[in-house]
Design a protein around this ligand. Structure first.
Ligand code: PEP
Length: 257
């Protein structure tokens, strides 16, 4: 059985300007410095315009905090006004990029096909995608959360070679739990995260499936993270609202304390 290092990633969404970003990362670094937090990987996903500031801070102070973007273009360069390419993110030394967050699927009509192209674009530039999947309330009420989410996983990974798929991070984020305060039960999270791992084993191999980190996301807070992390197939969290409060995010990172 492979040991997977949990990944706690803060998705800031469209919050915190570059000055606020610097203050926030400094707070995180200070709060985590006295602690050996190697056992948990910490990442922040700021808005694009904050990335250079975060990079300067992380590089300058040799912080262990990783960072990445919230989206990437499927294209590498060219006439795509407003888009940001994987090569630009790589130049800023981004480790991660979120792909297919439900807000992008919902407000920007991102399809599984587009998410698949973005996953491949990220890998072309050495950036690890965090592929976000999860069902809406109607699907959950119909009891179809597992097939729905697995279809998104398969769509996002289509034709992805095992050498790349083995490092992907998948974030299971039931849409009804995002930003609503309504967290999935640990059993709900395990049901779908476990099914994702089983499907990865079918698509690739058990060895690969055992390596892939599967996060839960949706109203994670310091008060509910430990029970969610106790599930065998949950390897971290994608945290939205609670990641904007440095103290609260640090408590989530230190869920074992
Ligand atoms: C998210 O944005 O990915 C998320 C899970 O948000 P929240 O934690 O606020 O529900």
């Amino acid at each position: 059985m492979t040991t997977r290092t949990p990944l706690m990633a803060g998705n800031w969404k469209m919050n915190l300007n570059h000055l606020e970003a610097i203050a926030h990362v400094q707070k995180l670094a200070f709060a985590l410095a006295d602690k050996d937090y190697d056992a948990v990987e910490v990442a922040v996903l700021p808005p694009f315009v904050d990335l250079r500031s975060v990079q300067t801070l992380v590089d300058g102070d040799k912080l262990k905090i990783k960072y990445g973007a919230q989206d990437v273009s499927a294209h590498d360069s060219g006439a795509y006004t407003g888009e940001i390419s994987g090569s630009m993110l790589a130049k800023l030394k981004c480790t991660y990029v979120a792909v297919g967050h439900s807000e992008r699927r919902q407000y920007h009509n991102e399809s599984d096909e587009l998410c698949n192209a973005k996953v491949k674009a990220a890998y072309r530039h050495g950036i690890t995608p965090i592929l976000c999947v999860g069902e809406g309330l109607d699907v959950r009420k119909a009891g179809q959360q597992v097939p729905h989410t697995l279809a998104q996983v398969e769509g996002g990974l289509k034709d992805l070679p095992a050498e790349q798929a083995e490092s992907i991070v998948i974030a299971y984020e039931p849409v009804w739990a995002i930003g609503t305060g309504e967290v999935a039960t640990p059993e709900d999270a395990q049901e779908v995260c476990g099914a994702i791992r089983t499907r990865l084993a079918e698509l690739y191999s058990q060895e690969l499936a055992d390596k892939v980190r599967i996060q839960y996301g949706g109203s994670v807070k310091s008060g509910n993270i430990a029970a969610i992390m106790a599930q065998p197939d949950v390897d971290g969290a994608l945290v939205g609202g609670a990641a904007l409060d440095a103290e609260e995010f640090v408590k989530i990172v230190r869920f074992r304390d």
